[in-house]
Design a protein around this ligand. Structure first.
Ligand code: BDR
Ligand code: CA
Length: 315
């Protein structure tokens, strides 16, 4: 039986890899992509999603525009470091044909709400950018949190952040939204830097995509090589690029890829640790844990799945 999935993306190189992973997973039916801001402005993210869906042979998947910035802010500007890591266009400065399609008229928040109402337990939402759209859905529909199943890429529990010592990028863009999500009671699985910085890709793997001789294989290899190159500067000790966002999709398919610590999470909103993901001391002794954080990952098994699934969509 297939499970329905919505991807909430700020596309972004590893968001593009998450999209390919979902499309290459026979267990999943991608019913929509909702766009958020982060690695790029939201309009650029939407253009990337539409173009990538065409490139990967899935022009049937609808794309929905979300909130353009955090609710606590007036606007959003792409950080220099994001443009350095993902390229100014978010997909490694690689030009792929723009889609003739447009985003849907219905907004991302309404699509998320309607989908949770319609599909309930048969749906998983994987969010790999700031949590702004999810927080807006929680605020708009009082039944959303109790019925949604969500896997996020974001946060860092046992390792330092990647924006500063405390904070991971997706959480730092909108700490209030992530905190609202964790406190909402929704079923949330956190795939943070704890595990995503253990899952690395190198030029050897992207060459395999190029060797397929397809347009999609060449494009995804070029896009990903830009990201690997950026990691040589930002985290040379890793020896590859972090497969953050595709790991979140992989866990939505198969949670046994990671070890999950049940913990009621929160985000620090004040002081120097603003943006830190941590256990909520006020809910430490509650018997129900609505969130869990991945603290270990089966790297060889994930990489094998990653290469098989991405390879299947690049044929
Ligand atoms: C996360 O931040 C973004 O730059 C990536 O796409 C990923 O979702 C990693 O911290
Ligand atoms: Ca992302």
């Amino acid at each position: 039986m297939t499970r329905k999935i919505i991807l909430d993306l700020d596309t972004g190189v590893d968001d593009a890899l998450a999209l390919a992973y979902a499309l290459g997973s026979p267990e999943l039916e991608l019913i929509g992509v909702t766009c958020t801001y982060g690695n790029v402005l939201i309009e650029q993210g939407a253009a990337n999603d539409l173009a990538l869906l065409d490139l990967l042979g899935h022009s049937e998947v609808p794309v929905f525009l979300g909130q353009p910035h955090a609710q606590t802010k007036e606007s959003f500007e792409v950080l220099d470091i994001s443009a350095f890591i993902h390229g100014k266009n978010g997909i490694g400065e690689v030009e792929i044909p723009a889609s003739a399609r447009r985003v849907e008229e219905r907004g991302a928040v309404d699509f998320l709400i309607d989908s949770v109402r319609e599909h309930g337990d048969d749906l998983v939402i994987v969010a790999t950018g700031p949590m702004t759209n999810l927080a807006a859905a929680i605020a708009k529909d009082p039944t959303f949190a109790a019925n949604a199943h969500i896997v996020i890429m974001g946060g860092a529990l046992t390792v330092p952040g990647n924006v500063n010592a405390w904070t991971e990028a997706n959480i730092s863009q909108d700490p209030e939204a992530a905190d609202a999500l964790f406190r909402s009671g929704a079923d949330v699985t956190m795939i943070g830097l704890d595990v995503t910085l253990q899952t690395l890709l190198t030029y050897a793997e992207t060459q395999q995509w190029r060797d397929l001789g397809t347009e999609a294989g060449r494009a995804l290899a070029d896009i990903t090589d830009y990201y690997i190159k950026a990691y040589e500067t930002t985290a040379p000790y890793l020896g590859g690029c972090g497969l953050h966002d595709p790991l979140a999709v992989a866990v939505a398919v198969d949670p046994s890829l990671v070890t999950l610590l049940p913990i009621n999470l929160k985000v620090d909103l004040e002081g120097p640790t603003r943006g830190r993901t941590i256990g909520d001391e006020q809910r430490l002794n509650e018997s129900e844990r609505t969130s869990r954080a991945a603290v270990a990952v089966d790297v060889p098994r994930f990489l094998k799945e990653f290469m098989a699934r991405i390879g299947s969509v690049l044929q």
